[in-house]
Design a binder for this molecule. Structure first.
Ligand SMILES: NC(=O)c1ccc[n+]([C@@H]2O[C@H](COP(=O)([O-])OP(=O)(O)OC[C@H]3O[C@@H](n4cnc5c(N)ncnc54)[C@H](OP(=O)(O)O)[C@@H]3O)[C@@H](O)[C@H]2O)c1
Length: 237
């Protein structure tokens, strides 16, 4: 069983890769620029089974096509695709967000997910596989890191719903996880400190807690078109 995880060298993607490796999956993960981290993560993954990495920028359609073709030829099929790679913008407020910043966030967080789903589809079909997209609480209620990030993550939820409907005929399930703040390098220390107060559980999530939800969506064969919240009770009062 092969799981492909985008942005798997660090943060949530790394936790997902390790969790799935521990549960018997062969792992292919991608990274964009952090080769040192990718090498470290690969070494760790090899303790659990087969793993390899590719350098891939999810915003580069030619590169995404080429790499999924290579993976498909090598492994014959893809059982699981986790679209995890994502960024926050440089700016937070509408007045400050430049057009460049807007497009960068949308390209990585939304268009990148579309590219990977499209390029992986022939290989997912062969496995009757599944897709898990990493959205965000920001995609459901705006969040704190800007309208471009929120819009991109809401877009991921729309993409998830539409693809769940469309791809069910191939036996492919499509779901998403919407984490609240997670302890990774994506958010600044100050923001993490502030955000932990907003959760009922008074802390932010560990990456492993997001990985756990991802595995649930992979393993439960009767769930599709679903967005699972993992946010420490953020919606409660
Ligand atoms: N942390 C949170 O609080 C939080 C909350 C909700 C949702 N999320 C979502 O969870 C996902 C993972 O976030 P994280 O916190 O683990 O972030 P992170 O620690 O900053 O890691 C981001 C990952 O995405 C990769 N990446 C960035 N731009 C890319 C591109 N253009 N092409 C390919 N890969 C790219 C990075 O690769 P390099 O290492 O090579 O740069 C890295 O592996 C993101 O989609 C994020 O929006 C995070």
């Amino acid at each position: 069983m092969l799981a492909v995880i985008t942005g798997g060298d660090r943060g949530i993607g790394k936790a997902i890769a390790i969790d799935l490796a521990k549960n018997g999956y062969d792992i292919v993960f991608t990274y964009r620029q952090n080769k040192e981290k990718a090498k470290e993560t690969l070494e760790e993954l090899k303790n659990y089974g087969n793993a390899e990495y590719y350098r891939m920028d999810v915003t580069n359609w030619e590169e995404v096509q080429k790499i999924f073709k290579e993976i498909g030829e090598k492994y014959e099929k893809i059982n699981v695709l986790v679209n995890n790679a994502g960024i926050v913008g440089k700016y937070i407020f509408l007045e400050d967000i430049t057009l460049e910043d807007w497009h960068r966030v949308m390209n990585v967080n939304l268009t990148g997910v579309f590219y990977c789903c499209k390029a992986a589809l022939p290989h997912l079909k062969k496995a009757k596989g599944c897709i898990v997209n990493i959205s965000s609480i920001a995609g459901k209620m705006g969040g704190t890191v800007g309208c471009h990030y929120a819009a991109s993550k809401a877009g991921v939820i729309g993409l998830t719903f539409a693809l769940a409907s469309e791809l069910a005929k191939y036996g492919i399930r499509v779901n998403a996880v919407a984490p609240g703040p997670v302890d990774t390098e994506l958010l600044s220390k100050e923001l993490k400190e502030k955000l932990k107060e907003l959760a009922l559980l008074k802390r932010i999530a560990k990456p492993e807690e997001i990985a756990h939800a991802v595995r649930f969506l992979i393993e439960n064969k009767y769930v599709t078109g679903e967005v699972v919240d993992v946010n420490g009770g953020r919606y409660m009062d």
